[in-house]
Write a protein that binds this ligand. Structure first.
Ligand SMILES: [Zn+2]
Length: 516
């Protein structure tokens, strides 16, 4: 290979660089794993050598690879091993039954069936399935069907028996067992948390998990995701070591930034690891500050939150607060004030995860602490109906206020929170632009942002939010060669078409890792 020629040139393309100095281009030359040059078609000859691999994009659009700023890859891999009962896969309880039957035909009796993602509001039946419905389909395999909110599940009779959930079983704190009104027998629906269920269902074995990781990897790459930020609150040193193993084996291709649970900060500190440790393939992000260690709820007391946040900050971790309502918004801001009073150095790039609801008076406070909001506007798309039904007119005004954040210079990084919902970045981008839900209804349309700002929120901003803006986020010479070729020119099509945009090629580290 000549020193003066590129390893790869992608050309004849409409390249949206997201680099303010270059903006648009027609070709990208890659050398090793880095972008060497970005230019127009006349520049191609300067970089092409006898061994240069050429990809003619036939005028298609290229953008930087997507960076999912908040997701949960291992739970995603686990759900990939679940029977998909999402609204697109099953439109009725009969449809769910058919999918379960089909799956059970391929496995031995008594093996567990794990199914997920049904949503009763999207089913023709407009109700939750019960043990009876599952028994009709799969009487001989213990079966769990998890709701798409993750907050309830349905068990068949065999599963209830195996777990010992009988008429006399007590309700646990944080949840309750659905029961037949007349007999008091469990109807199969388990609402909220239930330790018997959490502990009683056998985990996937290592081989099943790795199969799930392969499937999750395919999902990420086929959606153009070249970087993921794992925001799982339970991440510990064990998970860090596991990620090293799977990155080494090559079954998970996107770059991973793993945030650590705030309870695990100390063990990382003892191993001399903190935010920024690792390399561009796998690195440590900040600390996810979410849970009350004594109760396990996501509503820590102010003292608890203060202590966790200050400890994480002092141990060299970027704080990332789980902010899912106004209460947690207030307590996270108070914790930042506490850090300010107790340490001379204030943390940079503090993150608020979700921040789905943010009344206007809080936005200047976020600005004053330079908070980055890692948010999921795609939730508006998927559960817009629930928001419209359950929220007051005033609360609806405060949902995902992307434009208000932008007007007041609060940076937003977009993400999927998968497996809660699909990892497809175009759903988030579409919703950020249109403010339309799955049924086509608008929610606070005045909070919509432009396509280029939405793209930045899925590329540049997540890179900044993990201190990696010098490495990725735009197609700039010297940055990592992570880019994707799109089926459509998203700047020219109707916004409705953005939802259906597909990924034709995904390139990571200068290598084609997926072709659609
Ligand atoms: Zn999450």
């Amino acid at each position: 290979m000549s020193n003066n020629s590129a390893d790869l040139i992608v050309h004849n393309a409409n390249i949206i660089t997201l680099d303010p100095d270059i903006r648009v281009a027609e070709m990208i030359a890659v050398k090793g794993n880095l972008i060497w040059a970005v230019g127009n078609k006349d520049d191609l000859a300067d970089f092409k050598g006898p061994d240069t691999k050429l990809i003619d994009c036939e005028g298609k659009t290229i953008v930087p690879g997507f960076n999912d700023a908040h997701c949960h890859p291992i739970p995603f891999a686990i759900t990939m091993r679940y029977v998909d009962c999402s609204p697109s896969a099953a439109k009725s309880i009969a449809g769910i039954q058919a999918r379960l039957r089909q799956y059970s035909a391929e496995i031995p009796p008594s093996q567990w069936i794990r199914a997920a993602k049904y949503n009763e509001t999207q089913l023709i039946d407009k109700r939750h399935p019960t043990r009876k419905d599952l028994d009709e389909a799969v009487p001989d395999n213990p079966t769990i069907l998890v709701h798409d909110s993750g907050k309830l599940c349905v068990l068949n009779s065999m599963a209830l028996t195996l777990l010992g959930i009988t008429k006399n079983a007590p309700d646990h704190s944080g949840g309750y067992i659905g029961r037949d009104e007349k007999t008091g027998d469990p109807d199969g629906i388990i609402y909220g948390r239930n330790e018997t269920v959490e502990k009683g269902i056998p985990a996937l074995d290592e081989e099943e998990l790795q199969q799930g990781i392969r499937l999750a990897n395919r999902e990420y790459l086929s959606h153009g995701i070249t970087s993921i930020q794992d925001m799982t609150w339970s991440n510990s040193l064990r998970h860090w070591n596991y990620f090293q193993k799977i990155k080494e084996s090559g079954i998970l291709t996107p770059r991973v930034t793993m945030f650590v649970g705030s309870d695990a900060v100390q063990e990382f500190q003892e191993s001399a690891l903190c935010t920024g440790s690792g390399d561009s393939r796998l690195r440590i992000g900040g600390a996810k500050i979410a849970l009350d260690e004594s109760t396990g709820t996501d509503r820590p007391s102010q003292d608890n939150l203060n202590r966790h946040a200050l400890r994480a900050h002092k141990a060299g971790f970027q704080p990332a607060f789980h902010v899912n309502d106004i209460y947690s918004l207030q307590t996270a801001l108070a914790a930042l004030q506490f850090i300010k009073q107790n340490d001379t150095k204030f943390p940079s790039r503090v993150r608020f995860e979700h921040c789905a609801i943010c009344p206007p008076e809080f936005i200047p406070k976020l600005k004053s602490f330079q908070v980055i909001v890692a948010t999921q506007p795609s939730f508006l798309y998927y559960i817009g109906e629930t928001y419209r039904r359950d929220m007051t007119a005033e609360q609806k005004e405060w949902l995902y206020p992307l434009k208000s954040f932008q007007n007041q210079n609060v940076m937003t990084a977009m993400s999927s929170d998968s497996p809660l919902f699909s990892c497809n970045p175009f759903v988030g981008i579409y919703t950020a632009i249109t403010r339309k839900d799955i049924s086509g209804n608008f929610l606070t349309p005045h909070e919509s942002i432009s396509l280029s700002d939405a793209l930045a929120a899925y590329t540049l901003n997540p890179a900044y939010a993990s201190f990696e803006e010098k490495l990725k986020g735009s197609l700039t010479p010297g940055k990592l060669a992570d880019l994707i070729v799109l089926s459509d020119n998203i700047t020219k099509i109707e916004s409705e078409g953005i939802l259906n945009t597909r990924i034709l090629v995904t390139i990571i580290n200068g290598k084609v890792v997926w072709e659609g």
